[in-house]
Design a protein around this ligand. Structure first.
Ligand SMILES: CC(C)=CCC/C(C)=C/CC/C(C)=C/CC/C(C)=C/[C@@H]1[C@@H](COP(=O)(O)OP(=O)(O)O)[C@]1(C)CC/C=C(\C)CC/C=C(\C)CCC=C(C)C
Ligand SMILES: [Mn+2]
Length: 421
């Protein structure tokens, strides 16, 4: 699939001028609709094409010499239709989510599930469903679970319900029954999702999410997109370039950010636009997934999968065989440095948005950002051996991250600090 996906990257001097920010060049080739947007420039976040690497290094491209993508934009600057449509796809989801949030609308005014009436009953019905979601979340993601305890009860339960749905979706393709999962099974999972959004949950865990969507302006699209990502995972074991990888990362992880923002909520004092906060949430999902991919290179290769962009591997003089052999060479180190740099840029983009969330929601997000980002440091500390050594953040570092995250969660929204939107 040809893709160029964009995010909102803060205020720029004038719409559509391709301004550079933080050394990252922004695309001049924006869809018309975006060029008309006041005060924002949508910058292409295809960092592989936009200033990652040292000047003159392969893969470093700027707006001045656009080679945005081998498959997407001609040197003359005409973007292919396919590019715009992929780009537009994520952008449209972001805008739709932001609009729902601004109007505090529920996407589908589904009848609340029958069990919803029992919401406040501590045992049985929804009370039990949410409690079970909490237990699952605690079991799989302890630190994150701890962070959710700071949130209001309604928000915390909603995040647990979303977490559990994501975890179950991932288990379909990665869990013990994964070898039996067919595209048809994913189609059934999607119908089940539609049913729960229509107020017809199949089981108690679905009922929790079904209830959550009646309380927060959550749209079905990111959920459907995550299922699409899992479909991709079933049939695709190579990614031609960063465009393709970006789209995959959006599907399986960027979507999580989009699902979570309506629940986490934007701080009432924030001056940021909802779109920019969604952009940051998307960036956090992407950063996490890229980090996941870099950590798991060896493990994935043993399953016959290489998520790394094929064109960048070739540029670095590396082949699939090199990945399967798994020997750390200077070529590999150089390649990895570039990948890590890109992931860090997404984390940086995400950071700007975390402060815009409601105060009580910021801690778990900061904690997950800091902890995940440290995996990149660990890959470096392992001298880029992600073939046979799993980068792991030790307990002491994990514990230390929690007060740091808490401290950061007390910061004023950056839109108030530096007059950003
Ligand atoms: C403004 C702003 C920054 C807001 C914050 C938005 C936000 C909460 C973003 C969260 C981003 C996030 C945690 C993304 C998850 C990314 C991820 C690791 C996805 C994994 C996919 C599959 O990959 P793979 O199979 O390669 O990986 P494993 O080997 O299986 O690990 C996932 C596993 C998909 C499933 C995702 C989840 C189970 C996580 C769901 C998490 C939530 C709903 C809560 C998110 C909130 C916080 C604070 C972490
Ligand atoms: Mn997985």
């Amino acid at each position: 699939m040809a893709t160029t996906v964009t995010l909102l990257l803060g205020a720029a001097s004038s719409p559509g001028d391709g301004a550079a920010r933080d050394g990252v060049q922004c695309s001049r080739m924006l869809p018309r609709r975006r060029q008309q947007r006041p005060r924002w420039v949508l910058c292409s976040l295809k960092y592989g094409c936009l200033g990652v690497g040292e000047p003159g290094e392969a893969g470093t491209r700027s707006a001045a010499s656009p080679v945005y993508s081998s498959l997407t934009v001609s040197p003359g600057g005409e973007a292919a239709v396919a590019v715009v449509s992929s780009e537009q796809k994520v952008y449209d989801v972001v805008v739709k989510q932001a609009a729902l949030l601004k109007r505090q609308l529920r996407p589908q005014q589904a009848a609340p599930p029958a069990v919803a009436r029992e919401l406040d009953a501590p045992r049985g019905g929804l009370g039990e469903a949410y409690a079970r979601c909490g237990e699952i979340c605690e079991e799989y993601a302890k630190t994150f679970y701890l962070g959710t305890l700071l949130m209001t009860e309604e928000r915390r339960r909603a995040i647990w319900a979303i977490y559990v749905w994501c975890r179950r979706t991932d288990e379909l393709v990665d869990g013990p029954n994964a070898s039996h999962i067919t595209p048809q099974a994913l189609d059934r999972w999607e119908r089940r999702l539609e049913d729960l959004f229509a107020g017809r949950p199949y089981d108690m865990l679905d009922a929790a999410l079904s209830d959550t969507i009646t309380k927060f302006p959550i749209d079905i699209q990111p959920f459907k997109d995550m299922i699409d990502g899992m479909r991709t995972d079933l049939k695709k074991a190579r990614y031609k370039n960063f465009d393709e990888l970006y789209m995959y990362c959006y599907y399986v992880a960027g979507t999580v950010g989009l699902m979570s923002v309506p629940v986490m909520g934007i701080a009432p004092e924030s001056k940021a636009t909802a779109e920019s906060v969604y952009g940051a949430a998307l960036a956090l999902g992407l950063a996490n997934q890229l980090t996941n991919i870099l950590r798991d290179v060896g493990e994935d290769a043993r399953r016959g999968r290489i998520y790394l962009p094929q064109d960048e591997l070739a540029e670095a003089g590396l082949s699939d065989e090199d990945i399967f052999k798994g020997v750390v060479t200077d070529k590999w180190r150089k390649f990895m440095k570039r990948q890590i740099k890109r992931a860090r840029m997404f984390f940086e983009e995400a950071e700007r948005g975390v402060t815009e969330l409601r105060k009580e929601s910021r801690w778990p997000v900061w904690a997950s950002l800091l902890l995940y980002r440290q995996i990149l440091d660990e890959i470096e500390a392992n001298d880029y051996n992600n073939f046979t050594k799993r980068a792991y953040v030790g307990k002491a570092k994990k514990v230390l991250a929690l007060p740091v995250a808490y401290g950061k969660s007390l910061l004023l929204p950056s839109s108030l600090r530096n007059n950003q939107t």
